[in-house]
Design a binder for this molecule. Structure first.
Ligand SMILES: *Cc1c(COP(=O)(O)O)cnc(C)c1O
Length: 479
């Protein structure tokens, strides 16, 4: 750099783009992580260097360290989470959002983003089949689940928004035991309390047991409580089970609760006609539905959509509060339509998440994204068949859809199966070979394989299981 004290913006940006290009092209080589324990990593990062240096070399040195020790989520070895490295189109959208730095709350500050978000919500309502509906992008399915529960709360009793929950009949929400923990958080936040979130038993394949649900609802009613909200999970976090929407709709007809569907993970099946028919039948009749584009579909984080059915106008009524005259003004020729999405939202500042979503959608189209999801689904089938054909491995439960729950078979007389498989997973992680999720099904530990990386193919699956078997064999000798 010609003058290190005051380089111009162009020099800084070209230095930055070289780093970015190198990082993105090296994403799938070597190991997915140079693992360091927290105290070693802390030393290497030198977070304590003096501040206020206005030194670009120092800044770039931190950026380089960040990239060196970051988890390469694009890497084929990374199958721990429900997402992996982002689509290039959405990376472009994300970067443009960062560079243009605006707030997607008002038409005044973000005209293009607002129109894109409205356009995409309309596309999604059509896709799901919601009539007279509306929707919004939120900060993720946790938040979307909470907003859905809040909407149900205010619908069951229109005075709660202004009067609060004081001296009201007791409200009860219902989810399956395997539902996401964000539901517990939602019960806390919206004021019904976590004890008022009833966890319904699951059947042997991990779906909500509708008989148990009905009994719980009746018990609540006998004691004067109001069953106001049921959330079906479309793709449970650990086992990937889909709750029976048709059965839940019948119960809704009887008991009148709000039926939400949390499709954060498995909701992407909606893009494929075949998978939709199989896993999400009757979804167009539920009251609300959310799913994450930042999971299976590969949009950069965060990218979520929450949709309401037959309830246009609810979001504004639900989320607006306080004096907002300083910020929200309708455009002159708006023809009764609001372009200030901030008033429909619980946030004031809203990051522009719409651009990356739109660019992904335009680039791949519904068909292209459907193909992606169908391919992941086929690869999960393949993974299951490899496991069943490998003597050292076993499925802990049969696969429902996208989650493959398996473990290394440990001879009975040896140490506990759980301990062994947890150690196996930790060894693979620390050696930078592979990061696989895990969880407990009825206190038995399973390794949970999720496929979200477009680079995964049959060959890489064989390699992955070979790596796991080899590491397991080594561990067995040492045990
Ligand atoms: C991931 C997940 C969530 C949480 O979604 P975020 O976007 O991470 O907040 C909620 N429900 C289910 C079923 C999930 O898999």
């Amino acid at each position: 750099m010609s003058d290190t004290s005051k380089p111009n913006k162009e020099e800084i940006l070209s230095r930055l783009f070289t780093l970015i290009t190198n990082h993105l092209t090296a994403q799938n080589s070597g190991q997915f992580l140079k693992y360091q324990n927290p105290s070693d990593l802390d030393k290497k990062l030198e977070l304590d260097l003096p501040e206020g240096q206005s030194d670009w070399d120092q800044i770039f040195s931190y950026v380089e360290k960040y990239l060196t020790y970051t988890v390469k989520t694009n890497h084929i070895g990374f199958s721990n989470r429900m997402w992996s490295g982002a689509n290039l189109t959405s990376i472009i959208g994300e970067m443009i959002s960062a560079i243009s730095n605006t707030c997607a709350s008002t038409y005044e500050s973000a005209p293009v983003s607002i129109l894109i978000e409205k356009y995409m919500i309309k596309q999604m309502l059509e896709l799901v089949g919601f009539q007279k509906g509306e929707g919004q992008m939120t900060t993720g399915s946790s938040n979307a689940n909470m907003i859905a529960m809040l909407a149900a709360r205010n619908e069951v009793n229109k005075t709660i928004k202004t009067n609060g929950l004081f001296v009201q009949p007791q409200l009860y929400a219902f989810v399956s035991q395997d539902a996401h923990y964000s539901m517990d958080k939602a019960a806390n936040i919206i004021g019904i309390g976590t004890d008022h979130l009833i966890k319904v038993k699951v059947t042997s394949n991990g779906e909500m047991d509708l008989r148990d649900l009905e009994i719980s609802i009746q018990t609540v009613k006998e004691f004067g409580g109001i069953p106001f909200f049921v959330s079906a999970t479309a793709g449970t976090t650990l086992r990937g089970a889909f709750d029976d929407i048709n059965g839940l709709l019948k119960l809704r007809d009887n008991y009148g609760f709000w039926l939400h569907t949390d499709g954060a993970w498995g909701g992407s099946a909606i893009l494929s006609e075949d998978l939709r028919n199989h896993y999400l039948k009757d979804i167009e009749r539920v009251d609300s539905f959310t799913w994450d584009f930042h999971k299976m579909l590969g949009t950069a984080m965060i990218c979520n959509v929450l949709l309401f059915n037959q309830k246009a106008g609810t979001l504004n009524q639900l989320c607006s509060a306080g004096n907002t005259s300083y910020i929200f003004r309708d455009e002159e020729d708006n023809q009764g339509e609001s372009f200030n999405l901030g008033s429909f939202s619980l946030q004031c500042g809203r990051r522009v998440d719409s651009l990356k979503w739109f660019l992904d959608w335009k680039f791949k189209g519904r068909k292209g994204l459907a193909k992606k999801v169908e391919r992941f689904h086929q690869l999960c089938q393949k993974a299951e068949s490899i496991i069943t054909a490998t003597p050292e491995l076993e499925m802990l439960v049969p696969r429902n859809a996208f989650n493959v729950c398996f473990r290394y078979k440990v001879p009975n007389h040896l140490i506990s199966k759980n301990e062994f498989n947890l150690k196996l997973r930790t060894d693979l992680y620390h050696s930078g070979l592979s990061l696989i999720g895990f969880g407990y099904i009825k206190s038995e530990l399973c390794l949970r394989l999720l496929i979200t990386n477009p680079k995964t193919d049959e060959e890489s699956l064989h390699t992955l299981f070979k790596t796991i078997v080899e590491a397991g064999n080594k561990l067995l000798v040492a045990a």
